[in-house]
Design a protein around this ligand. Sequence first.
Ligand SMILES: [Zn+2]
Length: 255
Amino acid sequence: MNEITVCLTFDLDAESAQVRQKENPVRVSKGQFAIQRGMPRILSLLKKYDIQATFFVCGWVAETYPSTISNILIRENEIAAHGYMHEYLDKLSMGVEKTIHERTNKVLEEMAGKIDGFRAPYWILSNHTLSIITEMGYIYDSSLMNEDRPHTYTIPETNRRIVEFPVEWYLDDWILFEEKQLNPTAVFEIWKSQFDALIEVEDIEEDRCVLTLTCHPCCIGHAYRLNVLEHLIKYMISKKASFSKMNKVAADFFF
Ligand SMILES: [Zn+2]
């Protein structure tokens, strides 16, 4: 059996995209559920199992809900960047995009200290994003789908290297619960099956086995869905998985 590290990650968009796009109050309120109910539930689950996780936070969300950021930091969870108002980065000029990353970085660093990582809103990078964020000192990204475990990635435009934690749609709560409308048992089985496959089937050898799970507080924060995550955490613990923040994995293994 392979040793495995699990990176639990939460994209805290809240209602930033809905406010930016001037959507109706109901759509906005769905994002607000993340702050009102999702985050308290998630933070108490992490505390219960003594797990530290990574939260990708929009700059606007941090400015609007500073006490949520403080609560994330109480148990030294990681804050990483996720755009200012969850922008479509590929629709922006390079100059505007750079301003967005710098603004977000300033807000987050004032609250949380140095920011090490980034995940693209909607998992859409522009052709400039990775160059901009490495210039800003970020050591990792988590937006690509070229692999299923972390690795160093050479950015074609600059030849600079960055640690990449790949993502996938079937490891994303939003797709499974909100778009596919799967029931909790089905979601649990998908996530458990990938975990089992990584620890039991693959011949990992020198590679480190890391599973990255992406959840959204406005989605997984509903009680019956968070039960799925709790069952999964219990199962992973029974299989001796360890849990880690992404910046720790990136620093330990690639730099
Ligand atoms: Zn997002």
